[in-house]
Write a protein that binds this ligand. Sequence first.
Ligand SMILES: Nc1ncnc2c1ncn2[C@@H]1O[C@H](COP(=O)(O)OP(=O)(O)O)[C@@H](O)[C@H]1O
Ligand SMILES: N[C@@H](CCC(=O)OP(=O)(O)O)C(=O)O
Length: 379
Amino acid sequence: MGTTDATTGHEPAISTVRREIAGARSIVVKIGSSALTDLHAGLAVDRLDRLADALESRMAAGTDVIVVSSGAIGAGLAPLGLRRRPTDLATKQAAASVGQLALAHAWGTSFARHGRTVGQVLLTAHDISRRSHHANAQRTLDRLRSLGAVAVVNENDTVATDEIRFGDNDRLAALVAHLAGAQALVLLSDVDGLYDGDPRKGGATLIREVGGPEDLDGVVAGSGGALGTGGMASKLSAARLAADAGVPVLLAAAESAAAALGSADVGTAFAARPARMSARRFWVRHAAETRGRLTVDDGAAAAIARRASLLPAGVVAVDGTFGAGDVVEIVGTDGALRARGVTAYDADEVGQMVGRSTSSLPEGLRRAVVHADDLVAAR
Ligand SMILES: Nc1ncnc2c1ncn2[C@@H]1O[C@H](COP(=O)(O)OP(=O)(O)O)[C@@H](O)[C@H]1O
Ligand SMILES: N[C@@H](CCC(=O)OP(=O)(O)O)C(=O)O
C-alpha cells in the first residue's frame, strides 16, 4: 500500500524502481536470521511456511527466484543448549553445522507443500572471488532453475574462517544477484525498511526511496539484533554493491513478504546505478580476494582519484605475496583504502620498482604498476 499524499488525498504513483522490482523476471531474496529464528525457540517454522508461500506465488507468476537464507547459527543454538549467539569461531561453526541441517530440512518441508523441490547451495568467499570459480556456482544455480527447483543459498559457515568470510549474507546475496544476472534483490529482515536513525532508539523516520548516495547523508545505520550479523550498515553496503551491478534493491520486513514480492510497494527501495559497472570492474571492486597491498604517496593517491595509472614512482611500500594479474589494495600513507586494482607485476618486481622513475628502470619494468583500466577507486 502506498502512503497517501496529505495535500492531494491521492496515492502517489508507484515509482520506477518499485516497478522494476515488481516486474523483475529473476530475483534473489535474502532472509535474515532475525526473521527466521528466535533466540530460545530456534527456527520459526510457521514463518518459513509463510515465506515459502510468498516465494511460490512469485514463482507461479513466472519469476525465477534464488533464496539466500541466513539462520544456520541461530537454528543451531537451542539444539546445542546455547543461550546466545557465540562469538568464537569454533562454536559458531558447530552451531552452523547443526543449524544448517535443520534450516535446509525446514525449507525443503515448506516448499514441498507446494510440490517444489529445494537444492542447498553452500558457498565460500573463495568460490566467488576467483573468476575461474564463478562458473561452478553459476552452473549449479542455472541448472537448478532449469529443473524447476529453488536454490537455497548460505555461506558455508563450517569451513569459513574470519579472514575468508563474505562478512555477512547481505553481501553474499548481492554477489549472488550479480553472479546470477538477477534483475532485483529483495532483503527481508525484522525491520520494515531503512530509517534515518536506529529505530530501536525512537524518533526515526522511514526512508521510502534511495535514489543515490546523496539520499543517505545523515542516515545512521546501526548494529543488528541478537541474531543478525551486520545490522543496517551491511544492508546499505550490499545495496551499494547491488547498485553497481545494476540491480535495484528492496529492503522490507519478512512479515510483509507477500507485498514485497508482489507490488513491491513496501519498505525502502534502492535504485541501481544508471550505468551498470562492467563485470570486470565490478569484480575488481567487490568480488576479488586481494592478495597484497601497495602503499602510495599523496601525489599518486591524487592521480588515482583522477583515474590515472599508478606509476612506480608513487609507490612507497609493498606488502603481501602476489603475482602479476592479482588484485591488490592500494592505500595512502594514512592507511586509508584509495583503490583496488590488478597489478601488472608480481610482489618481488614491484619491490624493485618502489619510488623509481619509469625511465630509470630496466626495459621489462617500465609499464605502470597498475594501469588505469585495471584500477577502481574506493568511494
Ligand atoms: N537506520 C536503521 N534503519 C533500520 N534498521 C536499523 C537501523 N539501524 C539499526 N537497525 C537495526 O538493524 C536490524 C537489522 O539488522 P540484522 O539484525 O543484521 O538483520 P538480519 O538478521 O535480517 O540480517 C534491525 O532489527 C534494526 O533494529
Ligand atoms: N551464515 C550465517 C548468517 C550470517 C548473516 O549474515 O546473518 P544475517 O545478518 O542474519 O543475515 C548463518 O546462516 O547463521
